[in-house]
Design a protein around this ligand. Structure first.
Ligand SMILES: [Cu+2]
Length: 156
């Protein structure tokens, strides 16, 4: 079998690159101890969300002059608490977790848009300067009734 000179050069470069990459991977994994973050410690147990502070006391809590903390839990397929009333002009710090799978937390028309990961607590802050009904919806596919996963907050 005849192999063209240029093909031999390209085969040599390709095989050399493969071994260089495998050597880098091997040295970083076995000699330098680089590994995936599998020992990451979760902030809370998703199965015990209702017993874990601050999620044992969900809802809107005043924490300052016109500043509130909204403690919420996402679940298939909704949010707790279901409805909230926010005073006009208030700055709201949302503290949200999930008790089952990954959910979204987005308020269309604002820059509130975050992923809610079970075991983790997500934070976002927004100041509501316009009165009205605000929709909170899930924008991470989370199961059969994902498209019905929503709630509303009223600013007045
Ligand atoms: Cu969801």
């Amino acid at each position: 079998m005849h192999i063209h000179k240029l093909e031999k050069i390209w085969l040599t470069i390709g095989i050399t690159m493969l071994f260089v990459f495998l050597a880098i991977l091997g040295v970083s994994a076995f000699a330098m101890g680089v590994k995936p973050p599998s020992e990451h410690h979760h902030q809370l147990d998703p199965a015990k969300v209702q017993e874990t502070a601050p999620f044992d006391n969900p809802g809107l809590h005043q924490i300052g002059d016109n500043e509130y903390e909204a403690v919420m839990t996402a679940f298939t397929f909704g949010y707790a608490p279901d409805k909230m009333e926010i005073p006009l002009g208030a700055t709201v710090n949302f503290t949200v977790t999930s008790q089952d799978v990954v959910h979204g937390f987005a308020i269309p028309g604002t820059n509130v848009n975050m992923m809610i990961v079970p075991g983790e607590v997500s934070h976002v802050t927004h100041t509501f300067t316009k009165p009205g009904e605000y929709l909170i919806l899930c924008n991470e596919y989370c199961g059969g009734a994902h498209e019905y996963m929503k709630t509303t907050i009223t600013v007045r």
